[in-house]
Ligand binder design. Structure first.
Ligand code: SF4
Ligand code: SF4
Length: 220
């Protein structure tokens, strides 16, 4: 989701790379679950998140929608996000002990928090959101250790490709809103990247790259 705020307002003004140390480590959160509730529609899921959740829980997209995830329009495109429910508006994956029940395969945005991504020049770096995490006195940690995701360089490449692909589609929709069938484009994207199951036994990135090429041929 694009945010129209200056980095100076929300961060410590620095941009970080994978091997940099950043003051993000909240030491296991210890009793806090603030960023797992009241997050509105902001925890948007990408195709890798969907692959991880569906293959680890052995569930289909259709079994998650309504209860754990919902659909919303993000900059003109329909995308799934984690659904906040109940009086406390908390994530459906939070367990009775207020811990994440899908911690080892939680979505990318949850892994990053309180870091964010700053995109430029067909790439991105990380920034520290200084007002978001409720824990004071966080420790320094290496960015890649904090994110803690296997094949992180390949994951970064996927994130870049997905982000700029969505950017191109958003721009195309904006520029041709009178002539394009926007509903059909959105249905295609949703089915192609989220609803159609990925093969849990095969590497995700190869499957995604194939789907991306197909989508570019169909839409661009
Ligand atoms: S998936 Fe886990 S870490 Fe992310 S908001 Fe839900 S409970 Fe919190
Ligand atoms: S707000 Fe900070 S300390 Fe609290 S759960 Fe989120 S990351 Fe952990």
């Amino acid at each position: 989701m694009k945010r129209q705020v200056s980095l100076e307002e929300i961060s410590d003004g620095k941009l970080y790379e994978l091997n940099d140390m950043v003051k993000a480590d909240c030491n296991g959160c210890k009793g806090c679950f603030s960023c797992c509730k009241g997050m509105g529609q902001s925890i948007v899921l990408d195709p890798f998140d969907m692959f991880q959740i569906t293959s680890n829980l052995n569930l289909k997209f259709e079994q998650l929608i309504g209860d754990k995830i919902e659909l919303n329009v993000v900059d003109g495109i329909i995308l799934p996000n984690l659904k906040m429910t109940g009086v406390q508006e908390q994530c459906g994956f939070l367990n009775a002990q207020h811990r994440c029940s899908i911690h080892s395969f939680r979505p990318g945005i949850c892994r990053l928090f309180p870091l964010g991504r700053y995109y430029e020049n067909h790439s991105f770096r990380y920034f520290l959101q200084v007002k978001e995490c409720k824990k004071e006195n966080r420790s320094k940690v290496k960015v890649k250790k904090w994110i803690d995701i296997p094949n992180i360089k390949e994951n970064e490449l996927f994130i870049i490709n997905w982000h700029y692909f969505l950017n191109d589609i958003q721009q195309k929709i904006q520029e041709n809103s009178n002539t394009l069938d926007i509903r059909s484009i959105n249905l295609f994207l949703l089915n192609h990247f989220y609803v159609t199951p990925y093969n849990a036994e095969e590497e995700f990135y190869k499957q995604f790259n194939n789907r991306l090429e197909q989508a570019k041929m169909a839409l661009m």
